[in-house]
Design a binder for this molecule. Structure first.
Ligand SMILES: *Cc1c(COP(=O)(O)O)cnc(C)c1O
Length: 417
């Protein structure tokens, strides 16, 4: 499936799960039957109106969809150019977009008669979303988490336990997200009869990247009608922009616009301390190269010997060492543009959003906003930008305080320096 063989970017992946040279299913023989079974069940569910009716009902009453599309008038005025709209997915139950996808996978798991859900998590956000939906349905939930991450992300570990999940610290390898993924896959093969593996971003072997994208596409679908009808713009946005860890909130916003060639698409990666040879970043597309990880071929952070490198970002939710294969394809075909934003720029955008709109954003979408701040001023006033505000900032307040030198233990509110 190369780009010149067909005219639509929305028909991917092909029957082998390939987006151009990316994606596929690089898994052991033992996993293959599980993945084929999942694919068949997903294909059935996708064409079943009762599946989507259940999703719509829960999206509305449990998650709180549709999330608002909000005209950020003070940001727009301050930047002095393009009109900025924020898609408010931070207002979802659990505070981010992840629940959109988890709900889809768990409804599918229930249709397949599975009673035990497993997941892996890095920063803990996907683990919390999975534990949440499992509690809602009374399903057993096991979350694999690198031992190092268990220590770093104690509040999310406690949330998962409150929600009834078992959190398994992974000590194999270096005790990070990549090792947790391997343990989750091992668990799945061992407990295939009752277990469903719930992946948190547009990665993994086919059909996960396409399936997760389909569930998150509710974001872009809502933007289309909200902008045209509700906001009275009567047209499509000129630019859509989102932050990228594995790439699921971005794919969810981008996908419904892929075949509207006049819509600019921009993905923003975490540039950490700078995209250079020190590799203190998570910019897989702007600073990595193709390889195989987590069952698919895509751009990865790796050293000269092909060892996967641990990414670094101020935002733990962006430190996935790869990127969803569909993004790699959109990058190579140039349908989308990918840029990177440093920690410092993201911190400035975080504060800008707080001060200008009264919205405390997560550090992930602060990266997207930082890029909006770079480009909006040079664009005409009738240019419409829609940015995905994919998560709220409560979880990041401690981190930001530390970086800004604010001492949280100082009850007089003096800043420490
Ligand atoms: C997990 C997370 C991300 C990164 O995941 P994607 O798959 O790239 O969307 C971004 N923002 C927030 C708020 C998250 O919780």
């Amino acid at each position: 499936m190369s780009n010149d063989l067909f005219n639509s970017f929305m028909t991917g992946p092909d029957e082998n799960g390939r987006f151009g040279d990316f994606g596929g299913r690089f898994v052991s023989e033992t996993l293959m039957p599980l993945i084929l079974d999942l694919e068949a069940e997903y294909e059935k569910a996708k064409d079943d109106p009762t599946f989507w009716a259940e999703m719509d009902d829960l999206w509305k009453h449990y998650v709180g969809r549709p999330s608002p599309l909000y005209f950020a008038s003070r940001i727009t005025e301050e930047l002095g150019g393009a009109k900025i709209y924020l898609k408010r997915d931070e207002l979802n139950h659990t505070g981010a977009h992840k629940v959109n996808n988890v709900l889809g996978q768990i409804i599918l798991a229930r249709r397949m008669g599975k009673t035990r859900i497993i997941a892996e998590t890095g920063a803990g956000q996907h683990g919390v979303a999975t534990a949440t939906v499992c509690a809602k349905f009374g399903l057993k939930c096991v979350v694999y988490m690198g031992a190092h991450d268990v220590q770093r992300q104690a509040p999310n570990v406690f949330r998962m336990r409150l929600l009834g999940a078992e959190v398994v610290p992974v000590t194999s390898g270096r005790g990070t997200l990549k090792d947790a993924m391997n343990d989750a896959l091992r668990d799945w093969v061992t407990n295939v009869r009752d277990t469903f593996y719930c992946i948190g971003t547009v990665a993994g072997p086919h059909p996960y990247p396409a399936m997760v994208r389909d569930f998150q596409s509710i974001i872009g679908k809502e933007v289309r009608w909200q902008l045209a009808e509700q906001e009275g713009e009567g047209r499509l946005p000129d630019t859509v922009i989102a932050a990228i860890g594995g790439g699921s909130n971005a794919m969810g916003l981008f996908y419904p616009f892929l075949d509207d060639k006049e819509v600019n698409i921009i993905g923003v990666e975490a540039g950490g301390r700078g995209v250079d040879e020190k590799m203190e970043h998570c910019a897989s597309l702007t600073g990595g190269r193709p390889g195989v990880l987590h069952g698919n071929r895509t751009y990865l952070l790796q050293d000269d010997d092909g060892q996967i490198l641990e990414g670094y970002s101020i935002s733990a939710g962006l430190d996935y060492p790869g990127i969803g294969p569909e993004h790699s394809w959109l990058h190579d075909t140039k349908r989308a543009q990918y840029v990177s934003i440093t920690d410092k720029e993201a911190l400035e955008a975080f504060q800008f959003s707080c001060a200008m709109e009264g919205i405390i954003p997560a550090l992930e979408p602060s990266h997207a906003l930082a890029h909006v701040m770079k480009i909006a001023g040079d664009l005409p006033k009738d240019h419409i930008i829609v940015m995905n505000m994919c998560g709220r900032g409560d979880k990041d307040v401690q981190t930001v305080a530390r970086h800004l030198g604010f001492d949280m233990s100082d009850t007089e509110g003096r800043s420490a320096d």
